[in-house]
Ligand binder design. Structure first.
Ligand code: ADP
Ligand code: MG
Length: 246
């Protein structure tokens, strides 16, 4: 694969908060359709890595490419970059004052300049797909946490992004609500969406990811297929982590 075939590429990315270095030379290339799972202890840098890609955190050193665009260039058009990336966080994803339908159409209308009719039609298709067509006119507080996350995912993919970033999207959910959310991510992965996700759902990562990266103190300590990383971890720290989480 040549470098420009990557959907996303990080080259020697460094990030510190004051004295604390949180990302220490991250190198990563994500191929079209690839699903990459970031695992690692709390504080290992997973969220910061995702946030640098979405330009929520400037990097101190290194480069980040989205396709052929150098998005670490300070002069980059932030809105144009974010229009190509879908993001779902752990919680507080939806606008509480908008209906489910309007949460989805907002980005379509403002980022992609869809007409109201076209945006509404697209939202209807998406809500059917995530099994929530009946909730279109409700406000988010009427939905369960799992339903809210499914709407958040629908919104994130509505704009047909090149890349989907998921940061612990099931961590705040009651256990019985996790399955439907993960099923939706699995369906998107099967459809060929390129996904980078931080997760504590090891069984899910094992099942869905093409590649698993173990982050330790801001470095990719180990990476490989799920079978390699979960089945035969090379590093002692990976083994220690996995015994705590599986
Ligand atoms: P993870 O998602 O793997 O739990 P994070 O990327 O959230 O890890 O955090 C990595 C480290 O960076 C932690 O020590 C965290 O306290 C620190 N950190 C994250 N964001 C900030 C911030 N805005 N200011 C200061 N420190 C931060
Ligand atoms: Mg995190």
């Amino acid at each position: 694969m040549s470098a420009t075939d990557s959907v996303l590429r990080l080259e020697d990315v460094w990030k510190a908060f004051d004295e604390h270095t949180v990302l220490q030379g991250i190198d990563l290339a994500v191929a079209p359709g690839e699903v990459v799972a970031l695992i690692g202890a709390s504080g290992s840098g997973k969220s910061t890595l995702l946030r640098t890609v979405n330009l929520l955190e400037p990097v101190d050193d290194g480069r980040i490419w989205l396709g052929e665009m150098d998005i670490s260039d300070p002069a980059v058009d932030v809105d144009a970059v974010r229009a190509r990336i879908g993001v779902v966080f752990q919680q507080y994803n939806l606008f509480p004052h908008l209906t489910v339908q309007d949460n989805i159409t907002l980005a379509l209308r403002h980022v992609h300049k869809y007409s109201k009719t076209r945006a509404d039609a697209a939202a209807t298709v998406l809500l059917e797909r995530v099994g929530l067509a009946a909730k279109a006119r409700d406000h988010p507080d009427r939905l369960s946490g799992g339903q809210q996350q499914r709407v958040a995912i629908a919104r994130a993919v509505a704009t047909e992004p090149d890349l989907l970033l998921l940061d612990e999207i099931t961590s705040a959910l009651d256990p019985e609500l996790v399955g439907d959310v993960l099923d939706l991510v699995r369906a998107l992965a099967d459809d060929g969406m390129t996904i980078v996700m931080a997760t504590h759902e090891m069984a899910f990562a094992r099942d869905v990811a093409d590649r698993v990266l173990f982050l330790d103190a801001g470095r990719i300590l180990e990476s490989g297929t799920p079978a390699e990383v979960f089945g035969a971890p090379r590093e002692e720290r990976t083994r220690e982590f996995l015994t705590r989480f599986t």
